[in-house]
Write a protein that binds this ligand. Sequence first.
Ligand code: THU
Length: 170
Amino acid sequence: MNPGLKYLLMKEITITTIIRQCRPDELPSETRQLAKKAIEMVEHAYAPYSGFQVGAAILLSNGKVVGGSNQENAAFPSGMCAERTACYQAGALYPYAAFRRIVIAAGKRNKEGVFELTPQPISPCGACRQALLEYETKGAGPVEVVLYGAETCYVFPSVASLLPYAFTDF
Ligand code: THU
């Protein structure tokens, strides 16, 4: 049989993620408040090598908000992304609380040297998605992921929706 046809006959699985898109001022007020913390974290980034500053803020089931920013290092792989800095800080400080929502924002200096948030949101790297997914599983409920840009924001209903077919167990 023609190998192309063999694939055509196989069961097809479709992965669907419904992402909401809006302007920052259209986000619910609770999310805007968390976004403020994420933006504060962008300002706290230590990114002397890339000049790209990222911030994240996580809302926990106990009402606490934990932030993180990217922390770079002269030995490049030793640095850490904002999302995982926030995740691990939240996990270490409040081991029994579940993650409810995370807002991620980023920014850099423009040609005139003025710091600006990125107009479009950035998307977390694969390693951060994997780390976030672990906390979503641990917390036994969806963690809303809000990717914040100065002009456009995306809201994902869960970390799993950002990382389908993830490695979850062994
Ligand atoms: N970075 C993050 O902190 N989060 C992301 O989602 C993407 C990238 C950081 C890592 C590095 O310090 C800088 O941004 C440039 O890659």
